[in-house]
Design a protein around this ligand. Structure first.
Ligand SMILES: [Zn+2]
Ligand SMILES: [Zn+2]
Length: 243
């Protein structure tokens, strides 16, 4: 059931965006082929992303995806509110007396608080901005991670891309420990941040220098020759074909 909301386990035609059964060799809606050889013909992935801002940014599928995501998050929290007490009681660590019920209520309260707060913040409109990548840096950091009953220090790298915005100000965007997103941006790349609450996404002006495109909703890496994300069916932001 949960899979239905996101389309995980399903498959979307990367040419027309229709939901289709996994394993199909040909899209019943548009006739696009999925076999390795026939899929993209002789076209190359490099350049397929095109240049310029995408005209797909107002596509209703982005709003729809966001609505499903919120609905699914609430269902997930309801499910956990039943599952967590059930597991705690079954393991026998906490007895269902007055004290036990207070502890369980507290855990569920914290779960809902965090869930609703994060949905609230991701559901706010942020201002749009445009800027150019002026610096990229990797910061070596340490964090505490739980190991058995102890906490140990773990080293990790934080990937930061620095933009100079059109008003001259500097904006640092941290991709946390995600190297792929960091690598996607090059010095001098011109980028638009779409701040609308159902988007909250970065778009590169020139997509012709990459062989991949990130889906702005589920962050799946797609071949630049695709028009739609094969995992969630959202349109991929592409420019006009180069040359
Ligand atoms: Zn199709
Ligand atoms: Zn996607």
């Amino acid at each position: 059931m949960a899979k239905k909301f996101f389309g995980y386990g399903d498959f979307f035609c990367s040419n027309c965006g229709e939901r289709i059964e996994k394993g199909k060799m040909k899209c019943p809606a548009c006739g696009a082929w999925y076999s390795e050889k026939k899929r993209y013909g002789n076209s190359s992935a490099l350049g397929a992303g095109g240049i310029g801002w995408s005209d797909k940014i107002k596509d209703p599928r982005f709003v729809k995806y966001d609505r499903y995501y919120r609905k699914y998050s609430h269902i997930l929290m309801c499910g956990l509110s039943i599952l967590i007490p059930a597991i705690i009681l079954a393991t026998g660590d906490i007895r269902p007396d007055e004290e036990g019920i207070t502890v369980i209520s507290f855990i569920i309260g914290v779960l809902w608080l965090f869930g609703l707060v994060s949905l609230f913040f991701s559901g706010r409109n942020k201002p749009d901005w445009e800027g150019q990548v002026v610096e990229k840096r990797i910061e070596h950091k340490t964090r505490k991670v739980k190991s058995g009953d102890d906490y140990i220090k773990e080293n990790y790298d934080e990937y930061i891309v620095v933009f100079r915005l059109t008003d001259g100000s500097i904006k640092e965007v941290s991709f946390k420990d995600s190297r792929t997103m960091f690598d996607y941006y090059r010095i001098d790349d011109y980028v638009h941040f779409h701040g609308k609450r159902y988007l909250s996404a970065f778009e590169k002006y020139d997509k012709s220098r990459d062989e991949i495109l990130f889906c702005i909703k589920c962050h799946q890496m797609n071949d630049a020759r695709n028009n739609f994300c094969s995992r969630c069916g959202c349109p991929l932001l592409k420019g006009q074909p180069s040359k």
